[in-house]
Write a protein that binds this ligand. Sequence first.
Ligand code: KE4
Length: 430
Amino acid sequence: MNTSISEKMFEMAKKVIPGGVNSPVRACRSVGCDPVFIQKAKGSTVYDVDGNEYVDFVSSWGPMIHGHAQPEIVEAITEAAKDGTSFGAPTTKEMALASMVVEAVPSLEKVRFVNSGTEATMSAVRLARGFTGRDVIVKFDGCYHGHADSFLIKAGSGVITLGIPGSPGVPQDIVKNTISIPYNNEEVLEQTLREKGDTIACVIVEPVAGNMGCVPPGATFLQKLRDLTSELGIVLIFDEVITGFRLSYGGAQEHFGIMPDLTCLGKIIGGGLPVGAYGGKAEIMDQIAPDGPVYQAGTLSGNPLAMAAGIANLKLLQKPDFYKELNEKAEFFADGLNKAAEKAGIPVTLNRVGSLMTGFFTKAKVTDFESAMEADVDCYGRHYRQMLSKGIYLAPSQFEVLFISAAHSIDELKKAIEMTEWSFKKLAED
Ligand code: KE4
């Protein structure tokens, strides 16, 4: 596969952008190759600057649930742009999308739009601290909530992918207020919350972890978390930046039937444009300025183009049987991956929830950060490079998830399964 133009672009980009990328995981450091530069995308296919095409399973890290350049979404953005791109004033579009989000997500009474998942989570944590008057936050090892200072303690995604120790640049004063404990460990959870409960403002959790690879919650984990935080007056924040509108139209909280106090959203609600959101009970949300004293703001928050994309995106999600069909495709694909691993005789643990999945190169069960770290990342790197050479575009990290979109056809999934069989066979032979 000729990637000479990508190679040239990457050398040029590195002269003006740190690492040549605007987000670290895109640099493909952990999979032992340089990134290809994407020229364009349509449906489930992405095309690089050398004209190579790939079946896309990254989906821009989650937003592209309908595939790329979806006609109704492109139309909505184009039409909105003709009326101006930003006013810094209230618009009917942000009220319309807010109403759709509040109606869709069971625990939401009010929602505030921001420009990224990180802004959503950092604002939700500030709100929880302001509402409770407490400083300490609890997160889980391997979970990633964006790059705000408070979260860069044993964080997932690019932090574990690049093996960055600790949290350089984050003052000890911040670090001391973040407690990170093992995901799915109810004993440590109860001990921590009971010991420090009256200092803890919130627990923030990915209801399905997607940043140490896909790690589902244990059968009683989320209920235990809900019961303890309710008993101790701790704000429970579901970080649904990945799971929101992905696991169901009401997100993970609808899927599992567990209601948090605050919810963070991103990715899908922007339809590929920069949007984040946080919301929850009016009693808490009314503490946000201008109604309350907790300050949060943003020049481009509720941007009309992004709102138009979000509205079009959510309308498409309301199609009858959308999630049933999406999850059936995902189940078909996961079965194919499992069969490929069995056939090749290589150890792969596949974790899947709905259309989110990760194949860990380990024979152990993967239930938390520690067990995820047992995966053979070099093996993943070889698999990644082999699949890329065959036109299959996977996440450039063992600790990210693979997304199935509505645009994936069964034939494309069959092709990807065949390429997986070929790649696994090569891994077994080498
Ligand atoms: P952003 O600030 O990147 O929009 O969202 C941060 C965030 C918050 N919460 C969860 C659960 C997330 O997964 C993310 C961002 N996800 C990563 C990939 N897993 C974004 C990809 C990247 O960093 O380039």
